[in-house]
Ligand binder design. Structure first.
Ligand code: IVH
Length: 663
């Protein structure tokens, strides 16, 4: 009797078809359709289903394959010693389970070596009498492609070994493309109208598959050695040193660990620190140090038992769109948001993701019911990056963007050159709520959250930020879930906000394009609402880096009678709309490190250094992972590309002024 439902069987078949196709695109075409994380997630789902329903197992399932077959165009070679792949640990629980098994077999005194898992192409090198005889790809682990000529062009692969080498040496390691080389290559390909590589790993694999080794030589690939056969060492830690003695590059970030706690600390440290490296890594490889211990535990049918790959949590996951809703912001912008089946991504649960705008929805063709890839990178709001159309249920419909504001029913508008669709009704409750929330955040008024704002607008007749100052304790205290104490606090907060600095008040007004640092510059140049209201477009535009779009936005705002009315009301209620210029010194850049490069439009190198230091920052000469900002002018060279590789923020002179508020 069968234990699986037709749905399960259908899902298994769909997953197999997809994984086969994705694998082919990835390994053979070097042109992936989805990211590794998405592949892994579906692979795991298939593995779990096959484990639950073993009768569904089939020899052609992607889960039954060790590696991928060699592509046409190269000679196949059988490896003298097969290349194994590693079992993955997706978290410390997996790592501990692995450790416990080892302790059972070899006792508690196990040492481990941690190495970074370099994200490139596994490579096998054979040396005979100290000379490179053959280089090959991993292939399926037993048979790979012979790419000796190509590998000869990789400078960190020694053609001749140094020091006392054995007659025969089989070296294993990772060939990879550094991030800056990947960027350079993609820029070049973009300029030539060629297809871009998805990531450094694919660029590396694609390069190694070039039939013309001159093409390979033109791209700077590197190689780190991490294993060898027929060497003399008796432990992994010694072996890595031995490989260095032969002339190989071995990744310097490695550590001998006395126990799994130390392994864990190494993994924790590199989870963040890896982003500062010049190449991609996707985890840590943990190996039992002693070769005698390694021999004792041996191999499973697929993996060595003495090593495991600790993988960092993916920043991408697949989930299902349950609904698409529209958020109306304070500027009237309609932002579509996907309501998702909650998924855990890199440590937190994601249940909503932005779809940005109408065009984005249309380009992705996201529909309710779709399986989508959600990315949560860094601190950015989660977003949908891809729809997996093959997993789309039947009978879905394309999303219709609303023609009317879901809040107030006014017909929405979209200006010809804008991506954003807006509700034009300035009295729309959503816009009022947004403006109030923005004001409270800008003026640091605590205790007025979204729920309270919604009540104030819906039931208390609050229509503008000026109306907040007419609220009294009694009126507030009568609201839902609000005691007299909280009401008193809120009134106190509002009272205090009346003397906030002019720059914060200006920011709080929510003038388009006027963020918090720009408002500081503006407030300093025009220390009061009256002065700013009278300023000409030219005068505002002449401020550091402002330009006319920004200046126009200010002029338009002050030209609008209802905004003037708002200012009058605020003033009448005691809100201070002017202030002295900000202090000439600040510690706004405290803890930040800067590097300056190229010719800046107005500041000399010395003046720029002085400006940064006067505001508490530090200036150094070389870009590292710890550099906070690179200030770049014309003819910026290698420092700029290094900053891009290390994802160090790059500022123009004008942006630096913004940052310090032109102090
Ligand atoms: S050891 C039997 N060490 O990760 C041991 N592998 O599945 C075999 N990799 O594609 C691998 N850095 O090429 C090892 N320091 C490292 C590594 C590493 C990257 C790659 C390897 C293979 C995959 C493991």
């Amino acid at each position: 009797m069968s234990t699986f439902t037709p749905e399960v069987e259908a899902r298994v078949l769909t997953l197999r078809t997809l994984l086969h196709r994705w694998g082919y695109a990835y390994y053979v075409l070097d042109d992936p359709e989805v990211s590794d994380a998405v592949y892994d997630q579906h692979y795991q789902e298939l593995k779990d289903l096959e484990a639950q329903h073993p009768e569904l197992l089939a020899p052609d399932s992607p889960t039954q394959r060790v590696g991928d077959r060699p592509a046409a165009g190269f000679v196949s070679v059988t490896h003298r010693v097969p290349l194994y792949s590693l079992e993955n640990a997706f978290g410390y629980a997996d790592l501990e389970k692995w450790g416990e098994r080892l302790v059972k077999e070899i006792g508690p005194d196990i040492e481990f070596v941690c190495e970074l898992k370099i994200d490139g192409s596994a490579t096998a090198l054979s040396y005979k009498d100290g000379a490179l005889e053959q280089g090959a790809t991993r292939g399926d682990g037993n048979v790979g492609e012979e790419i000796t000529q190509n590998l000869r062009t990789v400078r960190s692969i020694p053609l001749k070994l140094q020091s006392q080498y054995p007659v025969l040496l089989e070296v294993r390691g990772e060939t990879f493309m550094p991030k800056d080389e990947f960027l350079r290559l993609n820029h070049q390909r973009q300029a030539a109208g060629e297809k871009l590589f998805a990531n450094p790993r694919n660029a590396c694999a694609g390069t190694l598959r070039q039939l013309d080794s001159k093409m390979v030589a033109a791209r700077r690939l590197h190689f780190f050695a991490y294993a060898a056969h027929f060497a003399t060492s008796q432990t992994q830690a010694e072996l890595l040193n031995e490989l260095e003695d032969y002339g190989f590059h071995v990744n310097p970030h490695r550590q001998l660990c006395a126990d799994l706690e130390q392994v864990r600390l190494f993994c924790d440290h590199w989870e963040k620190a890896r982003h500062t490296l010049a190449y991609d890594t996707d985890g840590v490889v943990v190996k039992v140090n002693s070769f005698a211990h390694q021999r004792e535990v041996g191999f499973t049918s697929k993996f060595p038992r003495w090593a495991i790959a600790f993988k960092y949590p993916a920043e991408e996951k697949t989930t299902i769109v349950e609904a698409i809703s529209i958020q109306v912001g304070r500027t009237g912008a309609l932002t579509p948001v996907a309501e998702l089946q909650p998924v855990l991504i890199a440590g937190s649960t994601v249940s909503r993701a932005t779809l940005h705008n109408q065009d984005r929805i249309r380009d992705l063709d996201v529909r309710v019911g779709d399986s989508v890839v959600v990315r949560k990178a860094g601190e950015i709001i989660p977003e949908i990056v891809q729809v997996i159309a093959d997993l789309r249920p039947v009978q879905t419909v394309a999303y219709q963007f609303p023609e009317c504001c879901p809040e107030c029913g006014t017909a929405v508008v979209r200006l010809p050159k804008e991506a954003v669709t807006r509700c034009p009704n300035v009295q729309c409750p959503a816009l009022i709520r947004g403006r109030i929330a923005h004001w409270c955040a800008a003026l640091e008024i605590d205790g007025i959250g979204d729920k309270l704002i919604a009540q104030l607008v819906a039931t208390q007749g609050v229509k503008s930020v000026a109306d907040l100052y007419a609220l009294d304790i009694e009126q507030l205290g009568a609201l839902e879930r609000m005691g007299k104490r909280s009401a008193t606090k809120i009134v106190e907060q509002l009272e205090r906000s009346k003397t906030q600095s002019w720059s914060r008040v200006l920011y709080g007004l929510g003038i388009r394009h006027i963020g918090s640092s720009i408002s500081t510059v503006l407030a300093r140049a025009f220390p009061g609402a009256n002065l700013l209201g009278e300023a000409t477009l030219e005068k505002i535009a002449a401020l550091y880096g402002f330009g006319t779009e920004l200046a126009q936005s200010v002029v338009d705002w002050f030209a609008n009678p209802s905004n003037r009315e708002l200012l009058a009301q605020l003033e009448a209620r005691g809100v201070q709309l002017a202030g002295a210029a900000e202090a000439a010194h600040s510690d706004i850049l405290a803890g930040k490190t800067f590097v300056i490069t190229g010719t800046l439009p107005t500041l000399s190198r010395e003046a720029c250094t002085e400006l940064i230091e006067r505001n508490g920052g530090k200036v150094t000469s070389s870009v590292t992972g710890r550099t906070s900002y690179l200030v770049a002018g014309e003819k910026a060279g290698s420092k700029l590309s290094r900053a891009e590789t290390l994802k160090v923020k790059v500022l123009s002179e004008a942006q630096l002024y913004m940052l310090v508020g032109a102090r």
